[in-house]
Design a protein around this ligand. Structure first.
Ligand code: SF4
Length: 175
């Protein structure tokens, strides 16, 4: 099992999943310590918070994609609005681009991002009504990373990530 960072594949990770208090409410969504330790054994963890990279403060009003998903935002066909009504599309797209630049610089083939976030969600996100309803689709950063060929997983898919990334010894790949 490789132990030094140079021999482990780089994994882009939502900072909040690693325990950094960068969410809109000033909190984190840290994964359990054994999970974090296991990830650190397999990967060189590269924390990113696209919304912070885009210049948004913490805490900040919650935001949701209105009129589509992340790919629509990137194409100029949907916007991101916060709960005060402010259009925060620009910092969301800027942060997504910065996250992709880091992924490219560190040669990340995989990313582990926070589910449901308007930036990081990889399968669903809140639907823009601020009612708690979700819709299928990726957040802005997740969409840009996926477009660039980075495979994006969420915190409920860590086992599949580890198997797919090929970081297990061969004997454990297909039990
Ligand atoms: Fe976590 Fe992503 Fe939201 Fe930052 S933008 S707080 S990393 S879910």
């Amino acid at each position: 099992m490789p132990t030094d960072s140079s021999s482990r594949p780089a994994l882009l990770v939502s900072s909040c999943l690693l325990g950094q208090p960068v969410r809109y409410d000033g909190q984190a969504k840290a994964q359990p310590e054994p999970v974090l330790a296991m990830l650190a054994r397999h990967f060189d963890l590269i924390p990113v918070c696209p919304e912070s990279l885009g210049g948004l403060p913490t805490p900040r009003p919650p935001a949701e994609i209105v009129g589509g998903s992340g790919a629509h935002v990137l194409a100029g066909a949907a916007i991101v609005r916060d709960a005060t009504g402010a259009d925060v599309t620009q910092p969301f797209t800027a942060g997504a681009r910065d996250a992709l630049a880091i992924a490219r610089q560190r040669q990340c083939k995989h990313a582990l991002l926070k589910a449901l976030s308007p930036s990081c969600g990889n399968r669903e996100h809140y639907d823009g009504s601020f009612s708690g309803a979700v819709r299928p689709g990726q957040g802005v950063a997740a969409a840009l990373l996926a477009e660039a060929g980075v495979r994006v997983w969420n915190e409920n898919e860590i086992e599949a990530l580890i198997r797919t990334a090929g970081v297990l010894p061969a004997a454990m790949q297909n039990p």
